[in-house]
Design a protein around this ligand. Structure first.
Ligand code: 5GP
Length: 193
């Protein structure tokens, strides 16, 4: 997606060969116009797949997932990373290793929000090792839902996440595919590839 790639080149910072900082438009400050374009792009790609719900992982996936859900006219569900005192009934949980923090957390879904006939689109900000998306797929599959696909804003294509999801038979659609990061360098796989 041209607009996202341009924004990444203008405002993104490669912190190392592995980490891209996008705090000024995705992870801390959010660019609402870009989020709307992103939501429309995901809806354009997945629109004919009979999606009944959009699911994301707190917190940076929420903005693009919400815009996608508006565009598809379906509800959005947030998978929780933090334990909660009010969330204790009929929970599905799975352990996920955080790429950026190197720690583990328990991804949690309240069963009441997913039904067996749901066809779910998972949206997240980054795809690195595929841990977060795989955890979401485990929870949703346990709840009996089908996975319509995974929509990613920024895929780091030199890391194994995409191949891991494809191997599970998942339709992965990434709006920006980063082929290389280095100090001051951000390169993309051309869109037609
Ligand atoms: P994965 O689970 O695929 O290994 O990593 C994806 C998750 O880690 C995303 O939800 C995102 O929050 C975080 N993440 C992975 N790589 C990056 C990165 O380069 N920059 C930022 N800001 N977050 C990342």
């Amino acid at each position: 997606m041209k607009e996202l790639e341009e924004k990444i080149l203008k405002e993104g910072h490669a912190l190392s060969e592995n980490i891209l900082k996008v705090d000024s438009f995705i992870n801390h400050q959010v660019d609402p116009v870009l989020m709307q374009q992103i939501g429309d792009a995901f809806a354009g790609h997945f629109g004919n797949k009979g999606i009944t719900k959009v699911v994301t992982i707190e917190s940076s996936g929420i903005a693009p997932a919400l815009m996608t859900a508006i565009s598809l006219n379906v509800p959005m569900i947030i998978l929780k990373k933090q334990p909660s005192k009010v969330l204790n009934d009929n929970l599905l949980q799975t352990v996920v290793t955080s790429f950026t923090k190197g720690t583990s957390y328990e991804l949690t879904l309240s069963h009441q929000f997913i039904e067996e006939n749901d066809n779910v689109l998972i949206i997240d900000d980054f795809l690195a090792n595929g841990e977060a998306a795989s955890g979401a797929i485990r929870l949703l599959s346990e709840a009996g839902a089908s996975i319509a696909g995974v929509g990613i804003l920024i895929e780091k294509s030199f890391q194994p996440g995409r191949d891991k999801l494809i191997a599970q038979g998942v339709d992965v659609y990434s709006l920006a595919r980063v082929s290389r990061l280095a100090k001051g360098v951000i390169e993309f796989i051309p869109e037609e590839c």
